[in-house]
Design a protein around this ligand. Sequence first.
Ligand code: SAM
Length: 202
Amino acid sequence: MKNKIFKTFINFTKNLKTTGAIYKTNKAVEIGLCSKIDESTKIVVEFGTGYGNITQEILRRLPDDGKLYTFEVNEEFVASVKETIQDPRLVVINDGAQNFGKYVEEKVDCFISTIPFTLIPKEITLDIVNKSYAALNAERFFCKAQYSKLHLKKFKAIFDECTTTTVLDNLPPAHLYFCKKTTIPNKMKGVKKNRFRIAKAL
Ligand SMILES: C[S@@+](CC[C@H](N)C(=O)[O-])C[C@H]1O[C@@H](n2cnc3c(N)ncnc32)[C@H](O)[C@@H]1O
């Protein structure tokens, strides 16, 4: 057990530029972030598998006929997850979130992200967020954990509704974003005309 904690800490710290964290997220983040997944959720896409702690929580909630695509850039994390989680509903992909469209053909019922958007170039972040919005079914959510609220404006410009909550006992405290695509996009706010241009200008 102590060995596992130490190994996780070392590997997260060693890869700080891509992990953006020194340790995996805690139970409260796992549960909070997955709170929009229920029996009606069929296709889930996860960005940033790590050692698969959130992956396991998603699978716990996903119905038997559901499918989870999880994307991770770190080969070592991918190998570990492939070894420890064997589930026919799970597809583990060693590629960046920005390329999810190459692998996921279905419309998506929920995105779960823990990738560090603050360390990812702005154009790639916008590309991921715009493509995720396009791939999402209406009345569904893009849920993400982030250590700052820096990107909230970008998400609000693209999604129709966004709420946040903070998990204080995670190290460091984590902000959970729940960004929804509504059936009737929120034209009244004037954000719909060109989502990409508005987000880029922020
Ligand atoms: C903060 S860690 C979270 C890991 C795990 N989900 C958790 O909650 O503990 C972020 C993870 O995202 C991965 N990552 C970073 N950039 C990525 C990208 N563009 N696409 C997919 N995964 C990425 C990192 O390698 C790392 O495993």
